[in-house]
Design a protein around this ligand. Structure first.
Ligand code: ZN
Ligand code: ZN
Length: 325
């Protein structure tokens, strides 16, 4: 289970840099691993702002190869070489990513001290690591594009330590199996996890839509996520423009958040035509109240979510107490 799951909004605008926003770029901290979701212009500066070394970036996920999502990449690769990066960098993206990266690194004088591994993925693919899984999902944009879901791999239950102690005869392997949701079979009885569990643990997760029109598939892909960061390029009065250019309105994003049952929605990828994002916020909150505006150079710690067994009470971030396993 991860200790830390934190989202850093580096740039939240769209299309081109503006006085108020950098183009899309989000860093995610999963304990000691850092991932980048898109790498818009100004990404390296944002990483320095947060004190995140470029050497710590393990994966760069590009949702698609549009300039606003990738123009930070030459600077990122260059900075990594200047700092004498030695570990491999893995760049993940939709079909066409390999051609783009190869063209990019051959186009500028660049002396890499590290290897770049490229992995092209499509909707339905996933990459599983020890503590988290990266899933790649649908997009309806005007080019090859993917969305991303990052989900921690967590035990199913938080056990009640007092009940565990009272049973006396459980060893550490059995306790772990119970927390993972497996029953323990004894000669004459079976101990089910629900008998000794205090909370169900809902894994922390973030879904990032990339650029997309609203789709039913995105609702399925975002189902039950803690955090949804969704394309909200336009307000309702510009709906025609959103449809034409492969984007969503803030209201579209809110409808998806509601139907997917996510906990928090962050509006993202504001068009430079939007001069006042509070209009987007107002339109979205009419449908989904737990909506926030993402802002450049801010971060969000994804909360743990627990459901108390019996009462079905939802609790975010239990206080650390010795009485819970
Ligand atoms: Zn874009
Ligand atoms: Zn785009």
């Amino acid at each position: 289970m991860l200790n830390e799951f934190k989202i850093f909004f580096i740039g939240v605008g769209g299309t081109h840099p503006t006085e108020r926003h950098s183009p899309p770029s989000i860093a995610v901290k999963l304990d000691s691993d850092f991932l980048l979701m898109d790498c818009g212009e100004g990404c390296v500066r944002g990483l320095f702002h947060f004190g995140i070394s470029t050497l710590k970036i393990k994966y760069v996920i590009l949702t698609h190869i549009h300039g606003d999502h990738v123009f930070g990449l030459p600077s990122l690769l260059h900075t990594m070489a200047l700092y004498d990066r030695r570990r491999d960098l893995c760049i993940i993206g939709p079909r066409g990513t390999a051609r783009f990266i190869k063209g990019l690194v051959s186009a500028f004088p660049y002396y890499p001290s590290y290897r770049i591994l490229i992995k092209e993925v499509s909707s339905g693919d996933s990459i599983r690591l020890d503590k988290y899984i990266m899933l790649f999902g649908p997009s309806d944009h005007d080019c090859e594009a993917i969305s991303v879901r990052i989900e921690e791999i967590a035990p199913k239950y938080k056990l009640d330590q007092q009940k565990i102690k009272a049973l006396k005869n459980l060893d550490s392997v059995e306790i772990k199996r119970l927390s993972m949701g497996e029953p323990i079979h004894r000669e004459s009885s079976v101990l089910y996890p629900e008998e000794v569990a205090k909370y169900r643990i809902i894994p922390r997760s973030v879904v990032y839509s990339g650029d997309t029109r609203p789709t039913e598939d995105m609702i399925k892909f975002s189902k039950g996520a803690r955090v949804l960061i969704h394309d909200s390029a336009y307000s309702e009065d510009l709906r025609d423009v959103a449809v034409e250019y492969g984007h969503s309105t803030a209201k579209d994003a809110a409808k998806i958040a509601l139907k997917a049952g996510v906990d928090f929605l962050f509006l993202f990828h504001y068009s430079p035509r939007i001069k006042d994002e509070t209009i987007l916020l107002k339109e979205a909150r009419e449908i989904f109240p737990r909506t926030a505006l993402s802002r450049d150079l801010t971060f969000f710690r994804v909360p743990r979510k627990y459901i108390e067994i019996g009462s079905e009470r939802v609790i975010y971030n239990l206080p650390p107490r010795r009485s819970h396993l």
